[in-house]
Design a protein around this ligand. Structure first.
Ligand code: PAF
Length: 281
């Protein structure tokens, strides 16, 4: 059965009140729609941990630094509702834009410091401010107890966790493992923009990261592994590599060797599509 679609905050709040009266816990999966298996795995995690599950669909203009990207972002609400139907979601909250950014809205939630100054931060100015602002609103509007985010956007996960903690929002931010295609490519709404050949090439990202992680675990230094990987990516036909970094999993500080819990991060262009991925080391 398809879940009810709520468009007004008053409807969301009324439902949340009912659940609170019954002592039920609520899991939130915030999305921008165009749902794929990665999102559905978050919903399954939420279902397993909470009495009620709300999926939000809101294409957040404030987190796009490129207007064309925003204009071209897929909007597939009906399809998304169909995909959620078998999972037993309790509500799909698709807020009308004025519920998120009403006339006169003038507040920005910005996490400062090392976790936003690197990787996606410099390449996407304003992006994390947009994410933190909308996610803070969605946390408060849904009153969820737990929120589920994919590790595919690992930096976003850290930003959101920091924001919730700093703002005393009573919610647990849960990170869920990246879901991958059979060949290893991380699932993403952008993958549909790749040609079949591009999809084959893109699968090398995961292979290369996995091989690097193995060598790092064996104690090798990062710099030579990074140069070799950059050469390999160029030979395979990838475009610009915006970053290929070894970083501490908690602080995102750059590491010369994997001497603590760490992750490998990449952002690379292929066929005019920007792909990001990361794996634990
Ligand atoms: O990861 C996303 O889809 C978005 O950044 C999010 C968390 C839904 C906020 O708009």
């Amino acid at each position: 059965m398809t879940a009810p679609i709520l468009r007004r905050l008053s409807e969301m709040r009324a439902l949340r009140r009912e659940w609170t009266m019954r002592g039920e816990t609520v899991g939130l999966v915030p999305t921008m729609g165009a749902l794929h298996q990665g999102h559905l795995s978050l919903v399954k995690a939420a279902k397993a941990a909470c009495d009620r599950v709300v999926v939000t669909i809101f294409v957040n203009p404030k987190q796009f630094n490129n207007p064309a990207d925003l204009a071209n972002y897929p909007r597939t609400e009906e399809d998304d509702a169909q995909k959620l139907a078998p999972l037993g979601v309790d509500a799909i909250y698709v807020p009308d834009p004025d519920e998120i950014y009403p006339e006169g809205f003038a507040t920005e939630v910005a996490v400062a410091g090392a976790i936003i100054d690197v990787m996606e931060g410099p390449f996407r100015p304003g992006h994390f401010e947009g994410v933190a602002t909308v996610v803070a609103k969605l946390f408060l509007q849904t009153g969820a107890d737990h929120a589920f985010f994919g590790e595919k956007d690992y930096q976003q996960l850290l930003v959101v966790r920091r924001m919730a903690q700093d703002m005393d929002i009573p919610i647990t931010v849960v990170g869920c493992e990246t879901v991958r295609e059979t060949g290893g490519l991380a699932m993403s709404s952008r993958n549909v923009q790749l040609t079949p050949q591009g999809l084959d090439t893109a699968a090398h990202i995961y292979r290369i990261l996995t091989a690097m992680a193995q060598q790092l675990r064996a104690g090798q230094a990062y710099a030579p592994l990074q140069s070799a990987a950059l050469n390999e990516l160029a030979d395979l036909g990838f475009g610009d590599v915006e970053y290929l970094d070894l970083r501490c999993a908690d602080t995102l500080v750059s590491l010369p060797v994997a001497d603590r819990p760490a992750r490998l991060f990449i952002a690379v262009w292929l066929e005019d599509v920007r792909l990001i991925d990361n794996i634990p080391v």
